[in-house]
Design a protein around this ligand. Structure first.
Ligand code: OSB
Ligand code: MG
Length: 390
């Protein structure tokens, strides 16, 4: 129950107010981690990541951490680092600081009047879930209703300079035990490299991700039909995010399941997409959906509809990665997620213990909340900017 003074319609109920959690301080940090290897998708290339980390503190001194995994530039979705910083400092943090709440699922009432900005919103949603779980001395996975002790994981491989480099990357991660390999594709880097990987690794589960780079056009249909013949586990987001009808038409033509990523921004777009037959698999990302509450709602919807889901990633640092793992412990996450160990991307992460994959699985943290602690030295060593809101 919300007791926000900013919301005249939320009437405080006597008896529930005493237990209300009030966030009295929000710390925001911009942290830069270099990538061990540059990552290229259909839209951009990057060699380091700047993510916002948030710490929330309640009236009793309990704390929780969240991460904003937005890319710096608006090439994956509409948000970017500066838009997230502004949305957090100008809207989400002030709305949170003005609200009392009993449960993290109450938070949409505090900031439901703020449109979009889902990567920014996810930052404080995660932090409040972490704080809530820590206050109860329970793991976040358990608090969300997750039961899995470990989750199967795969790798997402960027566009490489050539086929030989790509084959070497696949070889390396298959040898490390990852359960499936996802290849980024783009017009001009698609059927040929994917067929080469398929030929060299006939038994490895393979899937591709176009990040919306194809169009509902005959030349692109021909490529997608070629990919359909390669025995892929799925083709992720071939068309632009808002073109659900084109995805539905394509799914009727292909034997390979279409998986939606960018198209699914809320539980409402998930419901619309499933009703249209725009895909048979959903990639659930905590950040794209504005946090754990909405991500769990999409999981529940898909589970009821019999649609398999997997947990996608945005190259999260350890905080976001731990949140993804907690979510992926829910029973509907039957397909391997993009949840590789942090050591695949970063020399040092900002959390302890580091998140590592063993034999194609990553253990779901069992400690209180996210189950990882911020490494203060790493945070200080990689800090670009910070601010405090009270
Ligand atoms: O589309 O899944 C995507 C990374 C950045 C932006 C978009 C995507 C990705 C990934 C990375 O595929 C997955 C990971 O975090 O390992
Ligand atoms: Mg994707």
């Amino acid at each position: 129950m919300l007791v926000s003074p900013a919301l005249p319609l939320a009437i405080p109920v006597p008896g529930t107010v005493v237990d209300a959690i009030r966030i009295v301080r929000v710390d925001l940090f911009v942290v830069r981690l270099p990538l061990l290897r540059p990552f290229t998708t259909s839209s951009h290339r990057k060699d380091h990541l700047d993510h916002i980390l948030a710490r929330v503190t309640d009236q009793d001194g309990a704390t929780g951490w969240g991460e904003c995994a937005s890319p710096t530039d608006p090439f994956y979705g509409p948000e970017n680092l500066r838009s997230c910083w502004n949305a957090l400092t100008d809207y989400f943090a002030p709305a949170l600081l003005g609200a009392g709440w009993q449960h993290p699922t109450d938070l949409p009432t505090a900031w439901g009047h703020i449109q979009g900005n889902r990567f920014a919103r996810a930052t404080l949603d995660i932090a409040c879930w972490d704080l809530f779980a820590r206050r109860q001395d329970r793991s976040l996975a358990d608090t969300l209703g997750g039961t899995a002790a470990a989750v199967p994981v795969g790798v997402s491989l960027g566009i490489e300079p050539g086929v030989e480099e790509l084959l070497a990357q696949v070889e390396r991660y298959v040898a490390e035990g990852y359960r499936r390999v996802k290849l980024k594709i783009a017009p001009g880097w698609d059927a040929a490299p994917v067929a080469a990987v398929r030929e060299r690794f006939p038994d490895t589960p393979l899937q591709v991700d176009a990040n919306g780079a194809y169009r509902d056009h005959p030349s692109h249909h021909a490529v997608l039909r070629e990919l359909d013949g390669l025995g892929l586990a799925m083709i992720e987001q071939p068309y632009p995010a808002d073109d659900l009808l084109a995805h539905a038409r394509l799914q009727r033509e292909l034997a390979t399941p279409v998986c939606l990523d960018e198209s699914v921004t809320t539980v409402h777009t998930a419901r619309t997409a499933l009703a249209l037959g725009a895909g048979r698999i959903v990639n659930i990302k905590v950040s794209r959906l504005g946090g754990l509450t909405e991500a769990r709602a999409v999981h529940d919807l898909c589970e009821q509809a019999g649609v398999p889901v997997w947990c996608g990633g945005m190259h999260e640092f350890g905080i976001g990665r731990a949140a993804n793992l907690a979510l992926a412990a829910l029973p509907g996450f039957t397909l391997p997620g993009d949840l590789s160990g942090s050591d695949r991307y970063f020399r040092t992460d900002v959390v302890q213990p580091p998140i590592r994959a063993h034999d194609g699985t990553v253990a779901v943290p069992t400690g209180p909340g996210l189950g990882v602690e911020i490494d203060q030295d790493a945070l200080r060593g990689h800090l670009l900017r910070s601010t405090v809101l009270t």
